[in-house]
Design a protein around this ligand. Structure first.
Ligand code: F6R
Length: 639
């Protein structure tokens, strides 16, 4: 294929797609489009018929609409809305119900009349569902159809709950949910798959496609491959979102992570003219070498010319010049001295040699991310004599099973009994917790006592890891950030207190190195909030003297990994060090053998970590660098 053909701007994209750096900015633009439509309809004295979605994606859109209602007087009096779906069976006031979601996120916070919003009913007898669905569609038709349909997208490409296999002309109906959809929802159901309904009532694909305007939102890497498939692939029932290719007025609004598999992001040089800086050059060369299955130093002029990289080649003159530059960058990112190598005067090393003994804070969003994501590096920093502190940002209390909580309280009761310690109070806590947990309804949150117990279990595990790696327990700091303490998956927004707590610790330790989770693919969104807290704190503190000497490294690992061209520090691990890290992860017993928040990956955390670290090492090797067993990867945040 000729280069000219490759260079057609966004030629591969069959659905208009806008990419935003930040989902909040993206949501604002969508909310503004909706608000403008509502206002336009108001001016014309008409109703505005909206199709609405639930899930994590539209929350920020609703929040912006609510803000506009409160601060700018946006009225919803002329809005009539129809939601896409509801679990079946589902009581409307259960915490997982979409009725409740919509009331809490939007309807109860704006002036939409109660008789103007409709959702499928999850509590009607099964034999009435067909009639119900027909009248749901008829109601939409009577109003002249949907003016605007807001959509999310499932990790399997579903829109509404039209799972893969749904036909383009499918009607509103009762649907069996895909296993992956149920697994993705498990967090909302106390982590127990068995409690996730097997069915849902969903608006059909056909009604969605008849909306006058459709906007689909997608945030996060989890959605990246389905977005790329829908936008660039062919229309197929395997990915129902691809049906939107046939809609004349559709827009995908995605963040950079959800866009990351699109060609214009993955290989922009194949899509449009690019300005070659060293980052893009590294990305292009790594991807060329991996695609051609050749080590970098063996790439030839012909390889560059044949694969849309002739302008890059022209800039350098010879493939060898590009190859050696990128090879050296990769070579220099590898270090067994994550805290800097004493006496090394090589400025190409990822860390500075001085000071020889650094103060380090590893921020760990949950009580196990430190060891899962950077356990090998943690161990090296300790072994190489640095003063290492770990800051556990949240208690992680929602991810402990009920019977673990009972087991631990039971242990305390027996312990007290054994040693003649006054047992009355613990026995009461135990009895209360036990009877609460045994009768706990799906919609009920844990009591404060149970949450404390669950938090203590995770704290104990984290302390155990610290002892295992070899830092004094006083260097383990439990921040218990307040935003997390809602007792449910839905967290509060990042607050002042969260940032203050983070700032205080940084000021106290005055670190030369901070490690933070830049792993934004975690399904709970907690990592992102924890990173925001650190970024805010660092931004506040950056003018202080000690901060001038502080470098921030971002790790990933539990849910995703940095791409090879992004990595600025790669810390290798020997086979023995991999086993050592595994044993460290095992200290988190409550997160093993049937973990509460598994996500859609059925493997245990140690398996995922080993696979990711193994793959990073393998990629380095494929590019022609030394062959290591495993590697942990970091990117520097230059604040
Ligand atoms: C929700 C719905 C679903 C979700 C999809 C993505 O009403 O119909 O299609 O939009 O499952 O969910 P989130 O946004 O939570 O990833």
């Amino acid at each position: 294929m000729s280069n000219a053909l490759f260079k057609e701007p966004i030629a591969y994209e069959k659905i208009p797609t806008r990419i935003f750096n930040d989902p909040r900015e993206a949501s604002k633009s969508v909310a503004h489009e909706i608000a403008d439509l509502i206002k336009l309809k108001q001016q014309e004295g008409e109703k505005c018929v909206l199709g609405l979605a639930t899930g994590s994606s539209p929350k920020t859109v609703y929040a912006e609409l609510v803000r506009m209602h409160r601060e700018e007087g946006l009225s919803f009096k002329n809005v009539v809305s129809f939601n896409l779906d509801e679990y079946y069976p589902m009581e409307p006031d259960a915490i997982q119900s979409y009725w409740r979601f919509m009331k809490e996120q939007l309807f109860d916070l704006v002036d939409i009349p109660k008789e103007n919003y409709f959702l499928p009913l999850g509590d009607i007898p099964q034999n009435q569902i067909e009639d119900f669905c027909r009248s749901y569609e008829a109601k939409i038709d009577d109003l002249g159809g949907l003016d605007f349909q807001l959509l999310g997208i499932g990790g399997n490409g579903h829109i509404g709950f039209n799972e893969p296999g749904s036909l383009i002309n499918s009607k509103t109906r009762l649907m069996m949910l895909d296993h992956s959809t149920r697994a993705a929802a498990v967090m909302d159901f106390g982590g127990e798959l068995i409690k996730v309904p097997k069915k849902a009532i969903t608006m059909g694909v056909s009604k969605i496609l008849h909306a006058k305007r459709v906007v689909l939102l997608a945030w996060g890497e989890r959605k990246a491959n389905m977005i790329a498939d829908a936008v660039e692939g062919s229309v197929s029932e395997h990915n129902p979102s691809s049906y939107l290719q046939s809609h004349g007025n559709v827009l995908f609004v995605v963040d950079t992570a959800a866009a990351s598999d699109l060609k214009r992001m993955k290989s922009p040089w194949l899509v449009e003219d690019v300005i070659w800086d060293s980052k893009l050059t590294k990305k292009a060369v790594c991807s060329l070498a991996l695609d051609l299955k050749k080590p970098i130093l063996k790439l030839t002029n012909k390889d560059y010319n044949d694969n849309g990289l002739s302008d890059l080649l022209a800039g350098y003159g010879q493939a060898y010049e590009i190859n050696i530059e990128v090879f050296n960058q990769l070579q220099h990112s590898i270090t067994g001295w994550p805290g800097g190598k004493p006496n090394a005067d090589d400025t190409n090393r990822p860390e500075r040699a001085l000071p020889e003994r650094k103060r380090v804070i590893i921020f760990s969003p949950h009580p196990d991310d430190d060891i899962i994501s950077m356990g090998g590096t943690f161990q090296r920093l300790v072994d190489q004599g640095h003063e290492v502190h770990v800051a556990y940002q949240t208690s992680g209390n929602i991810a402990v099973s009920d019977d673990e909580a009972i087991r631990f309280i039971d242990f305390v009761v027996d312990f007290n009994r054994q040693f003649g310690i006054n047992n009355d109070e613990t026995a009461t806590i135990f009895e209360n917790a036990k009877s609460f947990l045994q009768n706990k309804k799906d919609s009920e949150l844990d009591t404060a006592e149970v949450r404390h117990v669950k938090g203590l279990i995770r704290k104990g595990e984290a302390k155990n890891t610290c002892r295992f790696v070899g830092i004094p327990v006083e260097n383990a700091h439990f921040l218990n950030m307040p935003f997390y303490e809602t007792g449910q998956v839905q967290k509060a927004p990042l607050g002042k207190m969260d940032i203050e707590i983070t700032k205080d610790l940084i000021e106290k330790i005055k670190p030369h190195q901070i490690y933070a989770a830049g792993d934004l693919a975690d399904p709970h969104g907690t990592h992102k909030v924890c990173l925001d807290a650190i970024m805010e704190a660092v931004t506040h503190l950056k003018h202080k003297n000690f901060m001038k000497d502080c470098w921030v490294w971002l790790y990933r690992g539990a849910w995703a990994e940095w791409e090879i061209h992004e990595i600025e520090m790669a810390v290798p691990m020997s086979p023995d060090q991999v086993i050592q890290k595994r044993l460290g992860i095992f200290k988190h017993q409550s997160q093993k053998d049937g973990v509460v928040f598994q996500g859609s990956d059925a493997r245990e955390f140690w398996q995922r970590a080993e696979e990711r670290n193994g793959v990073t090492a393998e990629l380095y090797n494929k590019l022609g660098l030394a062959e290591y067993e495993a590697m942990e990867a970091f990117v520097r945040w230059k604040y």
